[in-house]
Structures are given as structure tokens and as C-alpha cells.
Design a protein around this ligand. Sequence first.
Ligand code: SF4
Ligand code: SF4
Ligand code: ZN
Length: 282
Amino acid sequence: MEIVFSCIDDSAARFRLEGASTSFANAFRRAMMGEVPSLAIEGVRIYDNTSALFDEMLAHRLGLIPIRTEPGCYVQREKCTCEGSGCDRCSVTYTLSVEGPGMVYSRDLIPQDPRAVPALDNIPIAKLTKDQKVVLEARAVMSTGKVHSKWQPTTACGYKNYPEIEVSDRCDACGQCVDECPRGILITTGGHVTVIEGRLEECSLCRLCERACLNTGIGEESAIRVKSDGSRFIFVVEGDGSLTVREVIEKALEYLKSESDELCEKIGELSGVTGDEEDKDE
Ligand code: SF4
Ligand code: SF4
Ligand SMILES: [Zn+2]
């Protein structure tokens, strides 16, 4: 199995996963979205709120602000020794005090731990007019997207099968499929149609080109055939800033490895064979 990056920066990545099954690709996608822990605001104590927003709306908006989560600094609430009641190992507290006129931004949340700042400092929370104010304390905790989507470190995370396009000798370069392709990746050249170099991955597998070819009266089978490779996947992952996309990918792979190790161990226990004995047999 191999991962080949086409592009990656802190907030987005596009890569190919090669030599994997559909089940693994889907487990990987779900792990990135739901099993990578990050910080998100879970509790808010409002001392004063004379803004136009209800307290509940204000708390909801705070919960959706991505919080920078340095790997290894905090433990997941569900695994913490405090058993979910909240302590310094699994949570961070913030204070916010703003008086109008003006906008309350995410940067107005002052963390007790300077590493756990909001990932973006200019997210608007509430607009205050003269004499309105918001004073509150908030607590962010470490948890995962499986518990609530506010803990998902990805804003977009999806894959598609790698496209394969074949053109048979029956193609007469009429260009109907070229006009039909919504991604504009086909071109007629040398008496037949072909994919523009470097643009194959843009194919959405919509098969409109096949339909256009059939509509030319070519017969039962179209001269262009679009297939998908069942062992290669194109992933696009965008992060919300709580972790870098590379951190999200690494943590998701670590999670999958630990889960599969645990499963192997359990199967070994059930069948009465330990990992050491298996090694000796080999
Ligand atoms: S499947 Fe769709 S996107 Fe791909 S080449 Fe055909 S028309 Fe274009
Ligand atoms: S529509 Fe069919 S025959 Fe015409 S260029 Fe496309 S593949 Fe060739
Ligand atoms: Zn704790």
C-alpha cells in the first residue's frame, strides 16, 4: 500500500492511495473525520450577554470555532484519568470580555494555555452596538468527530476511484464526447479522442462521454469506455486548522494500526495462539 501526494500544505492535501481495498479507503476516510481527537469548546459560563444573540446561539457559535491542537499536549476526554469530568490534561479554559460597539472575534477568546489558541483569529462571533457586552468563560475539551461534528478536524474529506479511460479503434474523432465532457479533459488528436495530458485525475466518472458516443449511432457499444480502478483512490482532505492535514493523516493511520493490532491480539486470544508463538512458527 502506498500514499502518493500530488499536493499538501497545512490546510489541504490531494493524494493517491494505491494498492488498497475500498473498505480500507473508507475506513481511512472515516478515521480522519471521526477518530482524530481535537479541542473544541464544550462548556460556556455566560456572565453577561446583552448582544442580539441568545446565550444558546452564542455558545453554539463558540463550539464551532476550530482550536489549534498541538499533538501530544492533551489527552482525549474519554481516555483521561479524570473520567470525563474535565482536568488540565484533557481541557483548556478561556475567558472573553468585549464591550461594544464592535465585533466579537475568535481572537477575543483568551486561552489559559497559549498553545490552544483559536486556529483563525478573525472568525466573527457577535456584533455589538454601543453599551452591549459579552463576558464569559469557556472550556474546550479533547474529543473526536465520532462524538460530535465540532470535533472533526476536517471540513472536507472524500475520495473517488482512480479513473481509467479507454478508446477503441472504432473512434472516428467526431468530437461529440469532447463537447459533452463537463470537466473538459478530452481532446481529438491524430484521428481519435484522448485525455489531455495530466488531466485524467479530474475525470468525475460521470460517463457522459460514453452516452454522447452512443448517441452518434455508433452501435451498441461506445468507442470510449470509462472504468474505475478498484485498488487506487484519489483523496481530497481539507482541515479546519485545529491540526495540520499531515497530522490528521498520520493520526488516522496510527488509529487504524492500533485498532487492527488489537483485533489481531483478540483473534489470537480466541484461537489460543499468541503473537510470540505465531512468530516462532514462521
Ligand atoms: S466520465 Fe465524465 S468527466 Fe470523465 S471523461 Fe467522461 S465525460 Fe469527462
Ligand atoms: S464520441 Fe465516440 S467516436 Fe466520437 S470522438 Fe468520442 S469516442 Fe470517438
Ligand atoms: Zn481529564
